[in-house]
Design a protein around this ligand. Structure first.
Ligand SMILES: Cc1cc2nc3c(=O)[nH]c(=O)nc-3n(C[C@H](O)[C@H](O)[C@H](O)COP(=O)(O)OP(=O)(O)OC[C@H]3O[C@@H](n4cnc5c(N)ncnc54)[C@H](O)[C@@H]3O)c2cc1C
Length: 415
């Protein structure tokens, strides 16, 4: 049954990945009456898959053209640490979230490109890096020739961040019945009212002063439904590889190669307590052209090259998997990643937002809330109907996969 009442809002946020949740949080702290709506599970797509590294500029400074980007991102590691240790009034409060590692490690192989990459990282990186003595490095990096750097870029458990923010805002975060559960009613190009329907058939209606689309790859579909230009977004496809094994050590960091991160490794646990490595970096960008078997074979070879000390036979239940995911960003003329978080007004009262990186979501939220401006005088904290559905947080990519035993990968590898 639809309530006849139409609720006035300062801001409706579409999408509850890290961007939508950070905007919801910032708007609430500013005193705006705000509601966020999710059509699947919070963070499904990019945010739950993110490697959770709060970059302070490493990946950016490897490429000279990215120096400008490094300025916007440099403050992020310290800000995110503060969110966990002692959040200020307008900060995300992540005291209940999990930091998986306080730092990342950077190492190189013996190739010339990798040596040059390490030199570039050392000279251009303005976040604090320490060259670390072998005995103070993770075991797998102790025998690496060449310097190993410790970079003060924390790594977050993405699910714990999404769950913490969702819990804090459960009164104003709802789940609709797929994208169709959100009916945007516009007049003369402006969204006037929005009807929300959940999977059980409950519904209510809001009249938002502003709407912000923070729906990742979903932004294009929303613009299309409203008859607006969709050629404002770009996708960068990734083919991520997963490696799991009992007793596999945790590792967080990048092997550099020229101006790229050849492989970026982050670690987590599966529900059975096995360690899971996510392998990203150049391996995942180039992997887009490969099918799953080939990607896994290449990943196994790459791992042997960048971590010669790793002995997968020493661990039990070692298996591989891979999955594809698109990065969604505001379109750039070069097709490269934008330098910063991006927000623009697609129509009167309608903003479209992309954080570009997980780490930049708080910057995006501040920019969006600045654009929405002061709370209307009638606003009060908005509370969604208690019997309306709430979204679950998405599952990690490794929680619902099929896996290939490492012995089969090894036997399939070309000599
Ligand atoms: C594999 C991978 C690794 C990454 N690693 C890092 C990293 O280590 N550090 C870093 O800083 N960045 C990283 N990133 C980038 C980062 O993940 C993204 O920039 C960020 O998560 C984007 O967040 P988002 O909220 O905009 O989008 P998403 O996380 O995609 O969230 C969009 C949400 O909107 C919902 N939605 C879609 N359509 C609708 C609709 N019509 N109505 C309602 N809801 C809708 C979706 O279900 C989803 O919950 C990584 C990205 C990927 C893919």
């Amino acid at each position: 049954m639809r309530s006849p009442e139409i609720h006035d809002l300062d801001l409706l946020v579409i999408g509850a990945g890290i961007a939508g949740l950070a905007i919801l949080d910032r708007a609430t702290r500013t005193g705006l009456s705000v509601l966020a709506v999710e059509s699947a599970e919070s963070g499904r797509g990019q945010s739950i898959s993110a490697q959770g590294i709060i970059h302070g500029g490493l990946k950016y400074t490897l490429k000279e053209r990215d120096l400008e980007a490094a300025d916007s991102i440099r403050a992020m590691p310290e800000a995110w640490r503060r969110f966990v240790e002692s959040p200020a009034k307008m900060d995300l409060d992540l005291r209940d979230a999990t930091i998986l590692s306080p730092c990342t490690w950077v190492w190189r192989t013996d190739s010339l490109a990798s040596r040059i990459g390490m030199l570039g990282a050392k000279t251009m990186l303005r976040t604090r890096t320490d060259t670390v003595a072998p005995e103070d490095r993770p075991t797998l990096l102790q025998s690496m020739t060449g310097k190993v750097l410790r970079v003060e870029e924390p790594v977050f458990d993405t699910k714990s961040v999404l769950a913490t923010l969702s819990r804090q805002h459960e009164d104003r975060l709802v789940s609709v019945d797929h994208a169709e559960g959100l009916e945007l009613r516009s007049k003369a190009g402006r969204i006037e009212t929005v009807v929300l329907r959940d999977r059980a058939g409950a519904s209510f209606e809001v009249r938002p002063r502003q709407v912000v689309c923070a729906a990742g790859v979903g932004n294009e579909a929303i613009l299309s439904r409203l008859g607006l230009e969709t050629n404002v977004a770009q996708r960068r496809p990734l083919h991520m590889t997963l490696l799991r094994g009992r007793g596999l050590p945790e590792l967080y960091g990048h092997c550099v190669d020229g101006n790229k991160t050849r492989v970026t490794i982050t670690s987590n646990r599966d529900p059975e307590g096995r360690t899971v490595w996510q392998l990203g970096g150049d391996l995942s960008e180039r992997g887009n052209a490969r099918d799953e078997d080939e990607q896994i074979r290449v990943a196994a070879k790459e791992l042997a090259a960048v971590l010669p000390r790793l002995d997968l036979d020493a661990h039990e239940e070692v298996a591989w998997s891979s999955y594809r995911v698109d990065r969604a960003e505001r379109k750039t003329s070069s097709g490269w990643r934008p330098d910063d978080a991006e927000v623009f007004e697609a129509a009167p009262g309608l903003l479209v937002a992309w954080p570009t990186k997980w780490a930049l979501a708080p910057r995006l939220a501040a920019a969006v809330v600045d654009l929405v401006a002061a709370p209307s005088t009638r606003s009060a904290v908005f509370t969604a109907p208690a019997d309306f559905a709430r979204p679950r947080v998405a599952s990690f990519p490794w929680e619902d996969r099929t896996w290939t035993d490492h012995r089969d990968v090894r036997s399939a590898a070309p000599a």
